[in-house]
Design a protein around this ligand. Structure first.
Ligand code: UD1
Ligand code: CA
Length: 405
């Protein structure tokens, strides 16, 4: 197998997002965009990933600090364009003779399967560079793939540099490339900023390669929904919707019923067991685990750190945060359980809540197995309710009066 590395471009200022946050840290279904691109690279096998950072570099590094074993951070001091960004990796890759994947951190919808196809094609064709393209109904904003009468690629023209005829081309560049490393860095020497934006374009490296007789292959292997690059908040919402669809499809394939996919939001990090039913207007955010045969919602809000066992029923306006519910728990109406451990078969009556924050610190509530908590109960943390406790409706329970129950 060929040695392979990846370069991910993530240094841009992202003025169109109108943000202080580095663009690649903006979240799509709960994870920063860059996380998805890293996943895709790792799943096809790369030895190292060079992530080019610039604007907000420290924030990006910090966010991925625990996930950076195979990452080499490369600084791009000034954002002079995508070719310049790649060139910033030269000192690391000068002697590398393998394959280099180049991807953008603002393309979170990339799938591992597409990269696999790209690699297979590159190896089968013995090309110097291979790129995967997409055909879009509305290609506005993307670089256009220009081909000759025989279908051979001639180059990529950026949207702002297109003639009206070129602008009508619907085949676009999603920025998924594989290069022979040595050929890539030689080509970058000849990229000039001769364009409207006066930037060094990576897309021009392909024209340089073609002009110098190298084989460049463009395969139309990217589905339109996978090609979306995020340059604006509007595109961020489009990418999020597409990712949400993928998450839900996968859950449904694994035996989860989602009654109304359009009115349900499930975080990419959530795990849900077989035969669980997610009713409409459920919002799951963060690392959340739900067991089998549960019924969740409608209108439930499950937040980070929620762990739910099997056969649990949560009804309308139930909010959970950093809380575990053992098998058989019922919380059917209007409750908030935060920082709590709820035992088996506990019934949480309508409108019952944990008072987990005393104004200064967050405290835990533990409810033993088989407790019955009547409607309208306030459980003041820190609190431990022994197994089988029966709390009548409307009580305010603290550790001081727990003996009197
Ligand atoms: C780029 C491609 C375009 C393609 C589109 C796909 C070029 C010149 N154009 O355009 O053909 O259709 O992606 O989404 O490559 N970046 C740096 N340093 C820089 C400039 C950019 O790291 O100096 C990074 C950005 O953070 C971003 C990526 O490179 O993650 C792409 O840059 P962006 O400005 O978004 O390029 P597009 O105009 O989208
Ligand atoms: Ca972009």
């Amino acid at each position: 197998m060929a040695e392979r590395v990846a370069i991910l471009l993530a240094a841009g200022v992202s003025s169109r997002m109108n943000t202080h946050l580095p663009k690649v840290l903006h979240e799509v279904t709960g994870r920063p965009m860059l996380a998805y691109v890293l996943d895709a690279c790792r799943s096809v096998g790369v030895d190292r990933i060079y992530v080019v950072v610039g604007f907000g570099a420290d924030q990006v590094k910090e966010r991925f600090a625990e996930d950076a074993a195979d990452i080499v951070w490369v600084q791009q001091p000034k954002q002079l364009g995508t070719a310049h960004a790649v060139k910033c990796c030269q000192e690391h890759l000068r002697d590398f003779a393998g394959q280099t994947l180049v991807l953008c951190g603002d393309g979170p919808l990339i799938r591992a399967k597409t990269l696999q196809t790209l690699i297979e094609k590159h190896e089968a064709e013995h090309s110097a560079a291979t790129l995967a393209t997409a055909v879009l109904d509305d290609p506005t904003g993307y670089g256009r793939i220009i081909r000759d009468a025989y279908g051979n690629m001639q180059g990529i023209i950026e949207d702002s540099d297109c003639t009206p005829a070129q602008r009508a081309v619907k085949e676009v560049n999603p920025s998924y490339y594989l290069f022979n490393n040595q050929v890539l860095f030689r080509a970058l020497e000849n990229v000039k900023p001769d364009n409207v934006k006066q930037e060094y374009y990576l897309t021009d490296a392909l024209s340089v390669l073609i002009a110098t007789g190298h084989k460049v292959v463009a395969i139309t292997a990217v589905r339109p929904e996978e090609a979306v690059g995020v340059n604006s908040r509007a595109q961020l919402s489009v990418a999020s919707k597409i990712m949400q669809h993928r998450i839900q499809q996968e859950l449904m394939e694994h035996g989860v019923t989602i009654v109304d996919p359009d009115n349900t939001w499930i975080d990419a990090r959530a795990r849900i067991g077989q035969d669980t039913v997610i009713e409409p207007f459920v919002y799951i955010h963060g690392e959340v685990k739900i067991g089998r045969d549960c019924r969740i919602g409608p209108f439930a809000y499950l937040r980070h750190g929620t762990v739910i066992g099997d056969d649990v029923v949560l009804g309308v306006f139930t909010e959970l945060k950093n809380t575990s519910l053992a098998d058989g728990v019922r919380a059917r109406h209007h409750s908030y359980l935060g920082d709590a451990v709820i035992g088996r078969n506990v019934n949480v009556g309508a409108g019952s809540i944990t008072a987990n924050f005393d104004g200064q610190s967050i405290n835990r509530t533990t409810v033993g197995d088989d407790c019955y908590i009547g409607s309208g109960t306030v459980l003041i943390a820190p609190l431990v309710l022994p197994p089988g406790a029966n709390v009548g409706a409307g009580l305010v329970v603290s550790q001081r009066n727990v003996e009197d129950l």
